[in-house]
Structure formats: structure tokens, C-alpha cells
Design a binder for this molecule. Structure first.
Ligand code: 5GP
Ligand code: ZN
Length: 114
């Protein structure tokens, strides 16, 4: 997929209006439109990368996980705990082909996932 047709690139370019929970020069975060937990936030790098398998720049994920932990803290999830998910490819259930981390919290999550 090209970045021109990518939903998260369109949000990044502010072509689609969306409320950002957080943003800096490297990443932004939004609330998932179909939340699977009381808190369900997507943390998205501004740079388009299809998925973790296509990632060349090692620094992106370090920065993205660090940002995610800060957002989890802002959402008061540090003490109770939370789950981070990176769906990848068809079997991973990825539907938006722009790398992102799901932050899920606010309830006790079951394991294994479906
Ligand atoms: P994936 O399935 O690729 O891991 O995650 C994509 C996520 O994006 C899904 O959980 C889906 O609900 C969310 N999503 C899809 N379209 C939109 C949208 O227009 N706005 C928001 N806020 N979330 C979206
Ligand atoms: Zn994109």
C-alpha cells in the first residue's frame, strides 16, 4: 500500500480530522474507533512502514514503545497493568497496513487471545 492511500498517513497529514490523544514529531496517538477495552489507544509512527516485518529503522520501535508507556501512565494504567499488541499481516489480524501499537487497559484481559 502506498502512503497516499493509507488511513493513518491521512490522519498524520490532517487530511482526516481526528482527535490526537498525544503527538510529537515522531508519533501520534488516537482512540480506537472500535474499542476492545475501556482504554484502547493506537500509537502510530508518523513515518509510513507497512508492518514490523518491513521495519528498517531500529530506533522507531524503541521510541514508539517509550511513548506508549508514557501514554499508559497518563491514562492511569501503570499500576493496574495493560496490554500492548502489534497485529502483523493477515494471520495477525492487521487491518490498517501502517505500523501501530494497540494499548489496551482498564479491565482484566484474558489470555490466550482469539
Ligand atoms: P489493526 O487491525 O490493523 O491491528 O488495527 C487497526 C485499528 O484501527 C482497528 O482496531 C480499528 O478499529 C481502528 N480504526 C480503523 N479505522 C479507524 C478510524 O477511522 N478511526 C479510528 N480512531 N480508528 C480506526
Ligand atoms: Zn501510512
Amino acid at each position: 500500500m502506498t502512503s497516499e492511500k493509507c488511513l493513518f498517513c491521512s490522519m498524520n497529514k490532517k487530511e482526516i480530522k481526528v482527535d490526537f490523544v498525544y503527538e510529537d514529531e515522531h508519533a501520534f496517538a488516537i482512540r480506537d474507533i472500535n474499542p476492545q477495552a475501556p482504554t484502547h489507544i493506537l500509537i502510530i509512527p508518523r513515518q509510513h512502514v507497512d508492518n514490523i516485518s518491513k521495519l528498517d529503522d531500529k530506533a522507531i520501535m524503541g521510541s514508539l514503545f517509550h511513548t506508549t508507556a508514557r501514554i499508559a501512565d497518563q491514562e492511569n494504567l501503570t499500576k493496574s497493568g495493560f496490554r500492548l499488541v502489534v497485529n502483523t499481516g493477515d494471520d495477525g489480524g492487521q487491518t490498517v497496513h501502517h505500523l501501530h501499537i494497540h494499548l489496551l487497559g482498564g479491565r482484566s484481559l484474558t489470555w490466550p487471545p482469539g
